[in-house]
Design a protein around this ligand. Structure first.
Ligand code: 26V
Length: 797
């Protein structure tokens, strides 16, 4: 489309005038962004079409990744980088007096997700395309992504997010490929020509309209597809109250995770799940039939991967189509289905394992329910045959039990592969949470340790460090992250280490300026930037971090000669809107921040910053500027973590428990290059099973703990009254379910060591370099290659 800067400028200016209807001088940054974005999108359209043609012609095995979340962030610069035109475009725009970074600010984050699970899906798409692998995403085109967070008087306030306000330059509406989804109604069973047939009568139908986004691989001709479904009223759904029908239909793709504390919200969530699944499976099977004539060998050419249990209805939906539409008998349909579907588990927390009440499931999805019932019946029969008389086992493993459908059980029974997302997590699944299933299907279980798109989280997010790396080891690391190990050559090169340190300080200054702009608080870029950014959850223990900050504060107040390395503690976290306790922690962080930041005696020794509205684009500013990465979950609770990997690849040192992928980080960098502390997973699990932990003892015996915990309720924070009583109660009244007080001493100890280590700058930079050099393993390219080889059996095209 253009081969040099001048050509680019010419085409861009023409396009700008045409699309905005204004002269160049009248155009706003938004106009510029729209013109450039749509130009890039069109630029790839030929490769996009060719990619699909190649897949079809070669009858390539393809994978479809179904996910209720995609946290894409911004796409403009990443697409320019991947197409290899970032420099031409940036300097061409500069000639025109336009700054590409300012233009990027016009792009809304596509925040169709909540945390690690959604960002993982986005990283996987990048790796699939960059590795030339035939893999596509299916999701929902929520009108509003995850809420926009404001902090008002220390409290989280949620505002509707508006990413589509100015349209979306990356998407292509393909309304001609819409499919129809059926809810409610009745199923009539009849005998026809010696066969049972099922008719879904009086269903309410909804149109699923696809919007396709190109997924552009790094320097590859591969352009895969992320298809997001939009819910629209169907012309054919006869309805008395047409406005109500329209409203209800559109609400399906209105928001991510509607409030499910009441049945109306639960119905909407289940509708969303079936909507995603039915639209995707219908389309996949339709296309397959067109190409291959029948669905007999589907499993040989298609993999359908379900990201957690939200899309698990893919299993009964496939069964429905195979049996009701294509006339397969049950056993054949089951064989094809269970050899097509693979499943990733992302949590062992029982409160996060999905189950749907039958009172909702049965009427909303009558035919799907019948199929789930039959899957359950056959599965229980199999259990009975293998373990005759073991009712207890059947009760524990049944898919339908206690008036609920248990989605994880359905996923395990109906798929050929079940994977965890880090070694420890997979071991816990096998030995505890899903042990009974593991005994039954040992070969299904496998581990795929998570990874991150290093081209976003290092190459794009940290241009200065990337340039230094490229200057020293060449560009091969961009394709093959394992090449980062070449950096180990420089671990005793003091000039290299100094350059690293200089870049870190520059990145910290950029963040410091941003913090000042947002909060009017000045932070010193020579302090340790100690950062905890992630969803707010009790098990992630932001509270442990805060209690430690309170202790440091108390210590400085009592003893002004107390030496501690100056620190800026930075937090970013959204709390789920209905999660009362998490919101209390946000208020606590902000309350402690006010107290500490305003205390002149503390001055620059400690600063506490809460950055509001944590999201992908903010994360990209934070990781490159971090010295210390807080990964302090209660051991056994964090399935993997992926933030830990993003910090690591940007040279931050981890302070962490032996949980999730922290363990694998330690294996790679060695004990000397990570700060670990606290209970191990087996110790936590032992306490959980056998008791023996009394939080009150730690309160009584450790005056640092007692002082900080008392301050939650003794008026230490003026004007908050009994605001923090629930936190106090969780620690003492409820015996501290997350072992915060138990791990406090060990955490405070390791933090002291961190302070001392930071003073030895040369040594610190060497540790940092060791982390970067070993982070290649955590590229999602490695993860995706493992999925491709060991689960999906797909090959690069
Ligand atoms: C969801 C909920 C919702 C209800 C309240 C409790 C609760 C606890 C956890 C979750 C998370 C569900 C799935 C999830 O997002 N897991 C995350 O997946 C990441 C990618 O594999 C992984 O790195 C994180 O460790 C894991 O928490």
């Amino acid at each position: 489309m253009f081969s040099n800067k001048d050509e680019f400028k010419q085409i861009f200016l023409k396009r700008l005038e045409m699309s905005s209807g204004k002269s160049f001088s009248e155009c706003s940054l938004q106009d510029n962004y729209q013109a450039l974005g749509s130009m890039v999108r069109e630029f790839v359209s030929n490769d996009w079409i060719m990619t699909n043609e190649r897949y079809m012609k070669g009858k390539q095995k393809q994978v479809y990744y179904l996910s209720i979340e995609y946290l894409l962030g911004k796409l403009l610069r990443q697409n320019l980088i991947n197409l290899g035109i970032e420099d031409i475009v940036e300097s061409g725009l500069m000639d025109l007096g336009i700054c590409l970074s300012d233009m990027e600010e016009m792009e809304a984050d596509a925040g169709l997700g909540n945390g690690g699970l959604g960002r993982l899906a986005a990283c996987f798409l990048d790796s699939l395309a960059s590795l030339h692998l035939p893999g596509h995403g299916y999701g929902i085109r929520y009108k509003h992504g995850l809420f926009e967070q404001k902090i008002v008087d220390g409290y989280q306030v949620e505002l509707p997010e508006q990413w589509l306000r100015n349209g979306n330059v990356w998407e292509v509406n393909k309304s001609d490929l819409a499919v129809s989804i059926s809810f409610w109604g009745k199923v009539e069973t009849r005998m026809e020509n010696g066969r049972l047939v099922f008719h879904h009568l009086n269903a309410e139908t909804v149109n699923a309209v696809p919007y396709d986004l190109p997924v552009i691989g790094y320097m590859s001709k591969t352009v895969n597809t992320l298809r997001l479904w939009n819910a629209e009223p169907s012309q054919f759904s006869p309805h008395k109250d047409i406005l109500k029908y329209k409203r209800e239909t559109e609400s399906i793709s209105e928001i991510l995770y509607p409030d499910d504390s009441h049945d109306e919200g639960k119905i909407l969530r289940l509708k969303q799940q079936y909507f995603l699944v039915s639209a995707s499976i219908q389309t996949i099977l339709k296309n397959y039939r067109k190409l291959y004539g029948s669905l007999h060998s589907l499993h040989e050419h298609v993999c359908i991967h379900i990201n957690d249990t939200h899309p698990v209805l893919a299993i009964p939906e496939m069964m429905r189509i195979l049996i009701d539409e294509d006339g397969f008998d049950w056993d054949e349909a089951w064989f094809i289905t269970t050899n097509t579907i693979s499943y990733t588990n992302h949590t062992t927390l029982s409160e996060a394992l999905e189950k749907w009440p039958l009172r909702i499931f049965r009427p909303l999805l009558p035919r799907i329910y019948m199929i789930v019932e039959e899957i359950n019946r056959r599965f229980c029969e199999e259990l009975w045959n293998r373990f005759p008389g073991d009712w207890e086992r059947i009760a524990k493993q049944a898919i339908i039990a206690d008036e609920y459908v248990k989605m994880a059980h359905l996923a395990i029974v109906g798929s050929y592969s079940v994977n965890g997302v880090a070694k420890l997590h997979t071991e816990i699944l096998k030995s505890r949470e899903m042990n009974l299933f593991y005994q039954l299907f040992p070969n299904k279980f496998n581990n795929k340790t998570n990874g991150i798109a290093h081209r976003r989280w290092l190459l794009k997010a940290n241009p200065k460090l990337s340039a230094l790396i490229t200057d020293s080891i060449g560009t091969s690391w961009i394709h093959s992250a394992s090449e980062l190990s070449g950096l180990l050559r420089y671990q005793n090169d003091s000039s290299f280490l100094e350059q690293m340190a200089k870049i870190k300080t520059e990145n910290k200054q950029i963040l410091a300026d941003f913090i000042y702009e947002k909060t009017s608080i000045a932070v010193d870029s020579n302090s340790i930037f100690d950062v905890q950014v992630k969803r707010l959850h009790a098990y992630k223990r932001q509270l442990l971090n805060v209690l430690h900050i309170m202790y440091l504060y108390n210590r400085i107040k009592e003893d002004s000669s107390f030496e501690c390395a100056p620190r800026v503690f930075i937090f970013g976290a959204k709390a789920s809107p209905g999660y009362y306790y998490a919101k209390k922690i946000i208020k606590l962080i902000n309350t402690v921040a006010d107290k500490v930041n305003q205390d002149l005696q503390i001055a620059d020794r400690i600063k506490v910053i809460f950055l509001e509205n944590y999201r992908v684009s903010l994360a990209e500013k934070i990781f490159p500027a971090s010295d210390v990465s807080e990964q302090i979950s209660t051991a056994s609770k964090e399935a993997s973590g992926t933030g830990n990997m993003k910090f690591m690849i940007n040279g931050a040192l981890t302070v962490g428990t032996l949980d999730g992928a922290n363990i694998e980080i330690r294996e790679l960098v060695g004990d000397a290059n990570i700060f670990t502390f606290g209970l191990s997973a087996s110790e936590v699990l032992h306490y959980q099973q056998h008791g023996g932990y009394q939080s009150i003892e730690y309160y009584h015996h450790d005056s640092r703990i007692r002082q900080a915990v008392d301050q939650l309720v003794n008026g230490f924070f003026p004007g908050v009254q009994n605001e923090f009583e629930p936190i106090f109660d969780s620690l003492l009244g409820e015996n501290d379910q997350y072992y915060v007080l138990k791990d406090f001493a060990s955490y405070a100890g390791i933090q002291e060591i961190i302070g001392e280590s930071y003073k030895k700058q040369q040594q610190w930079q060497k540790m940092s370099l060791n982390n970067i050099a070993h982070a290649g393993y955590f590229s999602s390219d490695r993860t995706i290659k493992e999925y491709a080889d060991e689960i999906w059996g797909i090959k690069p095209v």
